[in-house]
Design a protein around this ligand. Structure first.
Ligand code: HXC
Length: 273
């Protein structure tokens, strides 16, 4: 798939910004994280992306590698973030093949739209396990490698639902609140050892299947939603990729322990979306 650069990267960044850096990404074949990874690779990084599906993850890795000739992008499928040993094996392979881990993006997430009435205990647990335990496992498996990097960064992908609560998303809201909290503890425990940790809360993004399912189930709902956003437009994957580049670059070094909503101030206007 040929993706025009303007879809995932602002023209303000310089070539080679992330030369010799390696990024380890869970959920790296998904819409948001694959574009974050593509942007970092385009700017010089090599990458290891992790996913549950083997075919999808390996395809995505090949595709991301086209962003920069000579880049190395590994796709590790069959990896469930709920199993820490899967992540430890993936992190070890990343270090063996790419030389280390400098940046971690914990992006794997579970989501479906369901009312509390219809949500089983196991459905709630499935999302808590993927989002919360999965993020913990990602940090657990990668922190020994991050601590050896000259520029260690961890970034958790969260949401804005839990700022207000969200109907049909009680499981995801609870999980993302825990993800934000986990990030804060990682920043406090590992900040003194040089690791920068933050959350990006993308809110709803037009290109994600998850968001499309959540927002546009009713005719015209997406248009109405867009009109209500203070910044006047729906978010794109590029907005999230650009914020990621800032946080991982030298310019973002002093931003630590923060949850940054990249949502055009949407949640402040109409509640989390
Ligand atoms: C109600 C559901 C359900 C649904 C699953 N379950 N889907 N309940 N409505 N649509 C229930 C099952 O019935 C079961 O409970 C329990 O959840 C576990 O389901 P399994 O399929 O056995 O689990 P598992 O294989 O572990 O899969 C879990 C999953 C996952 C969460 C459904 O496959 C998944 O996340 N798929 C979607 C991935 C996705 O969309 N990711 C994008 C995230 S985007 P019972 O009681 O029957 O045993 C995103 C952006 C959000 O998050 C937007 C931001 C603004």
């Amino acid at each position: 798939m040929s993706v025009p650069e303007s879809k995932y990267l602002s023209p303000v960044w310089r070539d080679g910004l992330f030369k010799d850096r390696v990024v380890f990404v869970t959920g790296g074949a998904g819409t948001i994280c694959s574009m974050q990874t593509r942007a970092l690779v385009r700017l010089g990084a090599n990458a290891c992306i992790i996913g549950r599906s083997e075919g999808k993850t390996e395809e995505a890795a090949k595709d991301i590698a086209t962003a920069r000739p000579g880049s190395k992008v590994i796709g590790i499928g069959g990896c469930d973030v709920r199993k820490v040993e899967n992540l430890q094996a993936a992190a070890d392979r990343c270090v063996r093949e790419l030389g280390g881990i400098d940046f971690v993006i914990a992006g794997a997430a579970g989501n479906f739209v369901v009312s509390l009435d219809c949500m089983s205990a196991n459905a709630f647990k499935a999302v808590m396990d993927i989002d919360v335990l999965g993020t913990f496992n990602t940090i657990k498996a990668t922190i020994p490698h991050l601590l050896r990097s000259p520029t260690p960064r961890s970034l958790f992908i969260s949401a804005t639902f839990h700022y207000t609560g969200m109907p049909m998303q009680a499981h995801v809201s609870a999980a993302k609140a825990a993800v934000d909290s986990l990030m804060a503890s990682v920043a406090l425990e590992y900040g003194p050892r040089g690791v920068q940790s933050n959350v990006i809360a993308p809110g709803a993004i037009a290109e994600t299947e998850g968001a499309a399912r959540l927002i546009s189930s009713e005719e015209g709902a997406m248009r109405e939603y867009e009109a209500s956003i203070p910044s006047g437009r729906i978010r794109t994957v590029r907005d999230v990729a650009d914020a990621t580049i800032y946080l991982f670059s030298e310019a973002g070094t002093y931003v630590n322990g923060q949850a940054i909503a990249v949502d055009g101030a949407a949640w402040r206007r109409q509640g989390a979306a």
